[in-house]
Design a binder for this molecule. Structure first.
Ligand SMILES: Cc1cc2nc3c(=O)[nH]c(=O)nc-3n(C[C@H](O)[C@H](O)[C@H](O)COP(=O)(O)OP(=O)(O)OC[C@H]3O[C@@H](n4cnc5c(N)ncnc54)[C@H](O)[C@@H]3O)c2cc1C
Length: 306
């Protein structure tokens, strides 16, 4: 049932007319603001500072994905380099979260462009004493993403990778990347995937997440980043990691379950909040809507009456 809702919401949201209304209307922008604190780097930095002041670290995501040409890919890289400069100059407790299709994956055939981008960002992040997490996009990109991480992390040393519990392949990917150190973010998976590559039932995704969590917490080579707002999985992590001395962190999205974020920080757990910013917010918003159709109520409430 949840899968059906997700499918319907994504189909409707990607209709050009709906997209135009969401992008242009006050109600659409209000809804976006709930999950995206700013259109500019300055606004993202302000949100980051507030979260740092509350004892939370941040992952900054300059929104954008599936760029169409090399110019756009190089522009995205330049934006991230500027973001790293700000992190360093302002002493922020923040790292980067990047999407490979924003940095050129798929644009020029062999992935030299994106490998060059990740290497440059990792070096700049290293000089700023921070790290770069590679988000996991839909399953068309999984193999290339895992391959790129595997190729670059040994030399870079400060990369991290997101893995999605929903995909059948993920336990094998997890095994492959753990030995490379870095930080491994486990999440349920935000994309609609076909039954050939991913489990479809939510309870099965949750079980797979729990199994990955156990594998990740049982080792100390890679740093686990537990990315969920699911209270049962958070509680399981707390129970499993109570005696763990090696590092780990929780990660949650900006604007979601801020009560749980606060509670974990108050209990002494490291919390990193994912802060997206920029004008290309629509695909990000559609994923947040598909995860929780009730978010549409915010849109409806913001519509003008009369
Ligand atoms: C830091 C971070 C990074 C991520 N990176 C990736 C990535 O690289 N690739 C990827 O595919 N996915 C990524 N995701 C998204 C993830 O895969 C899930 O789609 C998303 O987190 C919702 O799943 P959940 O674990 O919170 O559990 P759910 O069972 O979906 O939700 C648990 C509870 O969280 C709250 N909640 C969840 N989603 C929403 C929402 N949209 N709006 C309001 N409340 C909500 C609700 O209270 C819900 O009951 C990331 C998630 C986080 C937290």
């Amino acid at each position: 049932m949840a899968g059906l809702f997700r499918r319907i919401i994504l189909a409707v949201a990607h209709h050009p007319v709906v997209e135009r209304i969401m992008l242009r209307s006050h109600a659409g922008r209000c809804l976006a603001r709930r999950f995206v604190p700013g259109m500019t780097l300055d606004e993202a930095v302000a949100a980051c500072r507030q979260l740092n002041d509350r004892g939370m670290s941040v992952s900054l995501d300059h929104l954008g994905e599936e760029v169409k040409d090399e110019v756009a890919a190089r522009a995205a890289r330049a934006d991230y380099l500027e973001c790293i400069e700000r992190i360093a100059a302002e002493g922020l407790d923040a790292n980067l979260s990047v999407k490979l299709t924003q940095l050129g994956l798929g644009v020029t055939g062999p992935d030299a462009l994106v490998a060059e981008a990740i290497t440059e960002l990792a070096e700049a992040a290293g000089r700023a004493n921070t790290t770069v997490t590679i988000d996991m996009e839909d399953s068309r990109w999984t193999q290339a993403t895992v391959d790129l991480y595997t190729a670059l992390q040994p030399a870079a040393g400060n990369l991290g990778l997101a893995l999605q519990a929903a995909l059948y392949r993920t336990p094998a990917d997890l095994e492959r990347v753990i030995t490379l150190g870095g930080h491994i973010r486990i999440c349920k998976g935000a994309y609609l995937e076909p039954p050939e590559v991913a489990v479809q039932r939510k309870d099965e995704v949750d079980l797979r997440f729990a199994a990955m969590l156990q594998a990740l917490l049982a080792q100390t080579e890679a740093v686990p980043a537990v990315a969920t707002h699911d209270e049962r999985l958070v509680d399981l992590t707390v129970a499993l990691a109570r005696d763990r001395t090696a590092p780990l962190e929780f990660q949650m999205l900006y604007g979601i379950r801020t009560d749980l974020q606060r509670r974990l920080v108050d209990a002494g757990w490291p919390m990193r909040v994912y802060v997206p910013y920029g004008s290309h917010w629509y695909p990000y918003l559609t994923r947040r809507l598909a995860e929780r159709p009730a978010n549409l109520l915010f849109f409806l409430r913001a519509l003008p009456r009369g």
